[in-house]
Design a protein around this ligand. Structure first.
Ligand SMILES: Cc1ncc(COP(=O)(O)O)c(C=O)c1O
Length: 385
């Protein structure tokens, strides 16, 4: 069946007791067993181990990404942590894209490095560099494409081929494009990570995360860690995310169309120094964007003439858009990565990978594009003062 049908129906069956069309919020700690001999006959024992509302979301996400199964977590960071806990041991080495969400950098350098795991932050858009960074103890390559916030792309098929040849797992953070536009497992990856907080929820209502695994074995390793470490998603958050999933494709199409129109407007604006959006012909990896994804997404960034002060004047003065962390929601958000999402990355490292002080990140929402452009135009006028 097609994506639009699956985003609505996959994983969800009418409630067996009432016929409720929505999988209810199973707000329960435990599940009464029929007898000791028939323990787990209905599949549930305790809500740290499994919960029917969360399970429906896991099955839907596995279906949409084309994986064997999925596990859900309380945040996107917990999902990334589960990948590290399941597949890395003390003494192991992992390669991570040099541009990643600031929290991923922090989790690697400030938490897992304390437990004897070493990390190399590598330009995974350059397969040659990636090959050279492989060590005998490399166990995992984690890429983010498009990367937060510079939107640098990694050729997922090329990296997956290198990983397979080296016997290393390849996990892709697919938060920015979702399976509607990009399916890393079909391109050869082993694991797909999501912050469901973003496009799956889509309404700024929850935080959550998920990992979709290519095989049952990989999923089992994650499920073991999910239960052992107690890294679970709440049934309420799962319920809201299930509702968000149903409109994913429609939201992404509308938000991406808005993003392209805004990128073109910014490209022609005299106060704008640079604009970056994978759908623009000027985007350095535009051909790769076309090849490995079926859409360009709704994230873009730009730099305003007048440097950091001008950028701040725009972000402080803009209307309709909200100055806030998060992305992917129907509300348009504007973010200053250096002070907000990537504050955890050391200034030298930020500059090395192109996260400049004047970079303004925009998560384009579903409002009328004329209103979004009008608000940007008015805010850009403030930067001339
Ligand atoms: C690409 C990416 N991955 C992971 C995360 C972490 O997700 P969460 O905030 O749900 O923990 C984020 C958060 O912004 C992100 O942008």
């Amino acid at each position: 069946m097609g994506f639009n049908t699956r985003q609505i129906h996959a994983g969800v069956t009418p409630d067996p007791v009432t016929g409720a069309i929505l999988t209810p919020i199973y707000q329960t700690t435990t599940y009464v067993q029929d007898s000791v001999d028939e323990y787990l006959a209905k599949g549930y024992s305790y809500s740290r181990s499994s919960n029917p509302t969360v399970r429906a979301l896991e099955q839907k996400l596995a279906n949409l990404e084309g994986g064997a199964d999925a596990t859900c977590y309380g945040t996107g960071m917990a999902a990334l942590q589960a990948v590290y806990l399941a597949f890395l041991n003390a003494g192991d080495h992992a390669i991570v894209s040099d541009v990643v969400y600031g929290g991923t950098y922090r989790l690697s350098t400030k938490v897992f490095s304390r437990f004897g795991v070493s990390f190399s932050f590598v330009d995974t858009s350059q397969p040659g560099q990636l090959r050279q960074s492989l060590r005998p103890n490399t166990r995992l390559i984690l890429t983010e494409s498009p990367a937060n916030p510079t939107l640098k792309l990694t050729d997922i098929a090329a990296v997956s081929a290198i990983a397979r040849e080296a016997g290393v797992l390849h996990a892709v953070d697919n938060t920015f494009l979702t399976p509607y536009y990009q399916r890393p497992l079909e391109l050869g990856a082993d694991l797909v990570v999501h912050s469901t907080t973003k496009y799956f929820d889509g309404h700024n209502a929850t935080v959550g995360g998920a990992v979709v695994a290519r095989t049952k074995e990989l999923d089992q390793a994650l499920r073991f860690v999910q239960n052992a470490a107690g890294m679970i998603l709440s049934p309420q958050a799962a319920f809201l995310t299930l509702q968000g999933c149903k409109t994913l494709s429609v939201r992404l199409e509308r938000q991406s169309a808005n993003a392209l129109a805004i990128a073109r407007f910014l490209e022609g604006h005299p106060q704008v120094e640079r604009v970056c959006y994978p759908g623009l012909e000027s985007f350095p990896q535009h051909e790769l964007a076309r090849r490995q994804a079926s859409g360009f997404g709704a994230m873009l960034w730009f730099e305003v003439k007048g440097g950091v002060a001008a950028g701040k004047a725009l972000m402080d003065g803009i209307r309709v858009w909200s100055l806030a962390e998060n992305l992917g929601s129907v509300e348009s958000l504007i973010t200053h990565p250096v002070t907000m999402t990537h504050g955890a990355v050391e200034p030298a490292e930020r500059l090395r990978v192109g996260i400049t002080d004047g970079l303004v990140r925009a998560s384009v929402g579903m409002e009328d594009v004329e209103d979004l452009i009008g608000a940007l135009d008015a805010a850009l006028a403030l930067t001339r003062r």
